[in-house]
Ligand binder design. Structure first.
Ligand code: 3PG
Ligand code: MG
Length: 423
């Protein structure tokens, strides 16, 4: 049975017709008087942890400007977030206590309290004791089942703790959860600085790009990216298919791919995406030479070959030098680049060359003012950092799932709620 139904494409294409919320209605914290007010700030401190320590502080540092602005404005800042997926149960691994300690460290002189529950008596006492210019980080929202159920009663309990609500958790916006959706109907609601930056960057790249605009879509499987690819063919001038996913496209065109990752099931879908691209005047760009090896491991023996020369016992693990040179030429003609997914198996040396080299080239063009380059997704950001250009793209999103859903053309419920309850 063909489990990757082409009907998905029709569904994805329909979503393109759905209109985006009116972002201009979203109120921002700019110029907001918060003096003495209790401000509930939803952030996404769903940060990677190991042995009770935060191992990457990006999601914390990126909301510091919002937190500092509120602190400096004399607000009582009450921070809400989830961590992990505790499913309505308390669990020591998902406690935010270590995150609160890290926030205190990064906030410098500001007093940061940790409160062991996000609703109820404990939360009320903690918030009542808070002084203007201080911060309280409340325990994991997902210890309460009402959060993920977008439960109105739970949202009300949260709302009682504040006078104003600020959402700075763009990376949680694809979830219709109580602390990002239901709550916006209960308090005057504003977007934080990071939320606005994310929305503006994605709007600039996808809704109103300077053209020509190219997207690079990498990743292992076509089946997880059908919606993304379908939406992008309607919006991009060029769509580069890369990474494991490219193999299935090559296979669909009869190119020998050896034992590369492939989803033969997805061939009808691939053909339909190609047809749609043609219809929209979007050029699909596939690699035409490759770095191949017999096994996927660091230091594996490798070789470069052209399309047509991959042997049955070889797999494609990176783009070849000709494809890389071709893409660099194409970059020079673009005004906007949207990047999601590495172009090779960058986690394994030396199969990251294509990804790193192309990322550095895009960063160079950004620096010269010739390109707007926007990237998102966990793997992509990790690769940018290894390539040493994590800060040199025009914009790097903090979001994984939310970034992907935006690329799919979906409306993010939390962003829609801010627009709905805005000006
Ligand atoms: C993320 O890390 O993508 C967000 O924090 C959402 O987390 P979730 O996938 O558990 O909802
Ligand atoms: Mg996730």
């Amino acid at each position: 049975m063909n489990d990757i139904a082409t009907s998905n494409i029709a569904r994805a294409a329909n979503m393109n017709g759905g209109s985006k919320p009116d972002f201009s209605r979203i109120r921002t914290v700019d110029g907001l008087d918060v003096k003495g007010k209790r401000v509930l700030v939803r952030v996404d401190f769903n940060v990677p942890m190991q042995d009770g320590e935060v191992t990457d502080t990006t999601r914390i540092t990126r909301v510091l400007p919002t937190l500092k602005q509120l602190v400096n404005g004399g607000a009582k800042v009450i921070v809400l977030t989830h961590l992990g997926r505790p499913k309505g149960q308390r669990s020591p691994e998902t406690s935010l206590a270590p995150v609160a300690a890290k926030v205190a460290e990064l906030m410098g002189g500001t007093k940061v309290h940790f409160i062991k529950d996000c609703v109820g008596e404990e939360a009320k006492r903690g918030v009542d004791a808070l002084k203007p210019g201080e911060v309280a980080l409340l325990e994991n929202l997902r210890y309460h089942a009402g959060e993920e159920k977008n439960d109105a009663g739970f949202a009300k309990q949260l709302a009682e703790l504040g006078d104003i609500y600020v959402d700075d958790a763009f990376s949680s916006s694809h979830r219709a959860h109580a602390s990002v959706e239901a709550i916006t109907y209960l308090l005057p609601s504003y977007a934080g600085l990071l939320m606005m930056a994310e929305i503006r960057a994605l709007d600039r790249a996808l809704e109103h790009p300077a053209r020509p605009v190219m997207a690079i879509a990498g990743g292992a499987k076509v089946s997880t990216k059908i919606q993304v690819l379908t939406n992008l063919t309607a919006r991009m001038d060029q769509l580069v298919l890369a990474g494991g996913m490219a193999s299935t496209f090559l296979y669909a065109q009869g190119v020998e791919i050896g034992k590369s990752l492939c989803q033969p099931d997805a061939v009808p879908v691939v053909k339909e995406i190609m047809a749609r691209a043609k219809q929209h005047g979007c050029e699909i760009v596939l690699p035409h030479d490759f770095v191949v090896a017999k096994e996927l491991k660091a230091g594996a023996e490798w070789q470069v070959c052209d399309a047509g020369s991959v042997q049955p016992d070889q797999m494609i693990l990176d783009m070849g030098p000709k494809s890389i040179a071709d893409l660099k030429r194409r970059f020079a003609e673009m005004k906007t680049l949207v990047w999601n997914g590495p172009v090779g198996a960058f986690e394994f040396e030396p199969f990251g060359s294509g990804t790193f080299e192309l990322m550095r080239e895009a960063a160079r063009l950004v620096k010269d003012g010739k390109l707007v380059a926007i990237a998102g997704g966990g793997d992509t950001v990790a690769a940018l950092n290894i390539a040493g250009v994590g800060k040199e793209f025009t914009y790097v999103s903090t979001a994984g799932g939310a970034f992907l859903e935006w690329l799919e053309g979906k409306t993010l419920p939390a962003v829609a709620a801010l627009a709905e309850n805005g000006a």
